[in-house]
Design a protein around this ligand. Structure first.
Ligand code: NAD
Length: 478
C-alpha cells in the first residue's frame, strides 16, 4: 500500500494557472528533445505506470471509497482495475504494430511513387477527467497518450480530492513533471487547464462543461476528444428473454449506484408489459442488494448536491403524475444519512418531467410506454444522440433495423454497458454525447498525427504534369 508522501516536492505547488503554463512548456521542450520515443521507451513508461497504479490498488480502493462516502471495493476492482488491466495489456501487446508505417495506395498517374502513413506523436496531451470512475477515466486516456509516444498533463475532478492527491503522488513518485503531471484543484484550475495550448485535449464529463472546454480549446485550435454524457435508452422488444434482460439491466443500472456515463437511463417497452417488468426489476434489485442502507456492495451518491438533485427529479416526476416504486424497505433517514438511493422505478412518465429530460446519473429508472420498434426509435431520435443504446430481443430483423437506423456512441445487444470495456472497440459519443473516440488502437490514433508521406520515384512520370504541356500531359488526364 502506497502512502501519500506529505513532503512531495509537488504537493499543492504548481496548480496555479501560471505554473500550469510552465509545466506545459517544459513538457513540450522535453518532448522536442526526443520527439519520437522508441517502442522500448514507450513500453517502459506503460509498464512503469501499470506497476505504480497496481502497487497502490488498496490505497486507491480506500480513497475512492472515502471520496464517495462509500464505494464497494469490488466495484473499484471491476470497473477501475479490471478495465485498466485490459487496457494496459492490450497497449503493451499491440503498440509495436500500431506504430508501424502503413502502406497506402498510389493512383496511376503518380506511379511508381509510393504513399505511406507515418503515425507520429503529437506532443503534450491534456486529460480532464470526472469523478465517477476517477482512476479508469484518467488512466485509460493516459495509456493511449503514452502508447502514441506523448507527454501528458492530467486534471482529475475536485469531487474526489483524496483520490486526486493519491494519483498526483503516485505519478510524481514515478515520473518527472516533464513526462506526466497531475494538476489538482477546483473548477478554476480545470478552466485554466482547458485554456492551455495542448497538442490534444481529452475531456470526459458532462455535455454542458464539454461545450465550455471545446470553446476554450478552439481558441488554440487544440483538437479535442470529448467523452460526454446523455440519456442512454434501453429498448426491450417483445421477443426479449426477460430472465436474461432483468439481471443484466439491473446490474448495469446499479453499478456505482447508477453514476455511470453509459448506465441505462430509461426503458422503452409496450404499456401492457410495464407492470410485470417493474415488479421483476425491483425484485431483482432486492435479490442483488438485500438492503441498500449499510450494504458494503452498494455505493453512495458522491455528494449532497447530487443526492438532492436525484430527490428533486423524483419529486418533480411525482408532482407531474408519475408512479414511484422503491426497491427494499430501508429506513429513509438512514439512506439519506449514507447518501444511498435504492433502485427506484418511475412509471406513467411524460416528456415534461425533468427525469425524462436530464441525464439521471443515479439509480432511478423511468419506463416509457412504446408499442412498436418504430415508435421507440422515433422517441430516441427526437432526443439528443445518446452515448449508448441497449436493445434486448431475439428478432434479428429488428436488431438490424436498430443498428442501422439509430444513432448512439455505442450499442450493446442483449446487454448494457459492457461494450465500454472491450479493448478493441472505439469508445466515444456522437453529437452531444461526444466527439472522437479512444481505447486501444482508436486511442493511439486519436493521440497521434497520421502523417501522409508521398515518396517520389526516380522514374516519376510527373514531368508530364509540368509545363510546357504536351500530348503526354493530355493523355495522362485520361
Ligand atoms: P463535469 O463536467 O462536472 O466535470 C468533469 C471535469 O471537468 C472535472 O474534472 C471538472 O473539474 C472539470 N471542469 C468543471 N468545470 C470546468 C470548466 N469550466 N472548464 C474545464 N473543466 C471543467 O462532470 P462530472 O460531474 O465529473 O461527471 C459526470 C458527467 O460526466 C456525466 O454527464 C457523465 O455522463 C459524464 N461522463 C462521461 C463519460 C464518457 O466516457 N463519455 C464517462 C464518465 C462520465
Amino acid at each position: 500500500m502506497v502512502r501519500i508522501d506529505p513532503s512531495s516536492k509537488l504537493k499543492g505547488k504548481f496548480d496555479e494557472p501560471r505554473e500550469l503554463k510552465a509545466i506545459l512548456s517544459s513538457q513540450r521542450a522535453d518532448f522536442d528533445r526526443a520527439p519520437y520515443p522508441s517502442w522500448s521507451v514507450r513500453k517502459a513508461n506503460i509498464e512503469k505506470l501499470r506497476n505504480a497504479i497496481f502497487a497502490s490498488e488498496d490505497a486507491f480502493i480506500k480513497v475512492i471509497s472515502e471520496d464517495f462516502g462509500h464505494r464497494a471495493a469490488e466495484e473499484t476492482m471491476i470497473a477501475e482495475f479490471l478495465v485498466l488491466k485490459g487496457g494496459f495489456s492490450h497497449a503493451l501487446k499491440h503498440t509495436p504494430k500500431w506504430m508501424k508505417t502503413r502502406k497506402a495506395s498510389t493512383a496511376l498517374p503518380y506511379w511508381p511513387a509510393k504513399n505511406r502513413i507515418v503515425p507520429q506523436p503529437l506532443g503534450v496531451v491534456g486529460i480532464i477527467s470526472p469523478w465517477n470512475y476517477p482512476l479508469q477515466l484518467a488512466i485509460m486516456p493516459l495509456i493511449g497518450a503514452l502508447s502514441a509516444g506523448n507527454r501528458a498533463m492530467l486534471k482529475p475532478s475536485e469531487y474526489t480530492p483524496k483520490f486526486s492527491a493519491l494519483l498526483k503522488s503516485v505519478i510524481a513518485n514515478n515520473f518527472s513533471d516533464e513526462e506526466i503531471y497531475v494538476a489538482t484543484g477546483g473548477v478554476d484550475v480545470a478552466s485554466a487547464f482547458s485554456e492551455l495550448p495542448f497538442d490534444h485535449l481529452v475531456f470526459t464529463g458532462s455535455t454542458s462543461v464539454g461545450r465550455k472546454v471545446a470553446q476554450a480549446a478552439a481558441k488554440n485550435l487544440t483538437p479535442v476528444t470529448l467523452e460526454l454524457g446523455g440519456k442512454s435508452p434501453v429498448i426491450v422488444d417483445q421477443s426479449a428473454k426477460l430472465d436474461l434482460v432483468i439481471p443484466r439491466l439491473v446490474n448495469a443500472k446499479l453499478l456505482n449506484a447508477g453514476q455511470t456515463c453509459v448506465a441505462p437511463d430509461y426503458v422503452l417497452m409496450p404499456q401492457n408489459d410495464i407492470n410485470a417488468f417493474s415488479a421483476a426489476v425491483l425484485k431483482q434489485a432486492e435479490k442483488m442488494y438485500p438492503t441498500f442502507a449499510g450494504n458494503d456492495d452498494f455505493t453512495s451518491i458522491i455528494a449532497d448536491t447530487h443526492y438532492a438533485r436525484l430527490q428533486d427529479l423524483l419529486e418533480d416526476a411525482e408532482n407531474k403524475g408519475a408512479k414511484i416504486a422503491v426497491a427494499g424497505s430501508d429506513d429513509k433517514q438512514q439512506l439519506a444519512k449514507e447518501r444511498r438511493v435504492p433502485l427506484t422505478v418511475v412509471t406513467n412518465t411524460t416528456p415534461e418531467m425533468k427525469i425524462m429530460q436530464e441525464e439521471i446519473f443515479g439509480p432511478l429508472l423511468p419506463i416509457v410506454a412504446s408499442e412498436t420498434l418504430d415508435e421507440s426509435l422515433q422517441y430516441v431520435q427526437a432526443k439528443e444522440r445518446p452515448l449508448a443504446l441497449y436493445w434486448f430481443g431475439e428478432d434479428s430483423d429488428k436488431k438490424d433495423k436498430v443498428l442501422k437506423t439509430s444513432h448512439s456512441g455505442g450499442v450493446c445487444i442483449n446487454e448494457a454497458a459492457w461494450h465500454v470495456v472491450q479493448d478493441d472497440l472505439p469508445f466515444g459519443g456522437v453529437g452531444p454525447s461526444g466527439m472522437g473516440a479512444y481505447h486501444g488502437e482508436h486511442g493511439f490514433e486519436s493521440f497521434s498525427h497520421l502523417k501522409g508521406v508521398f515518396h517520389q520515384s526516380r522514374f516519376s512520370q510527373g514531368k508530364a504534369l509540368h509545363p510546357p504541356y504536351t500530348d503526354k500531359t493530355r493523355k495522362m488526364m485520361g
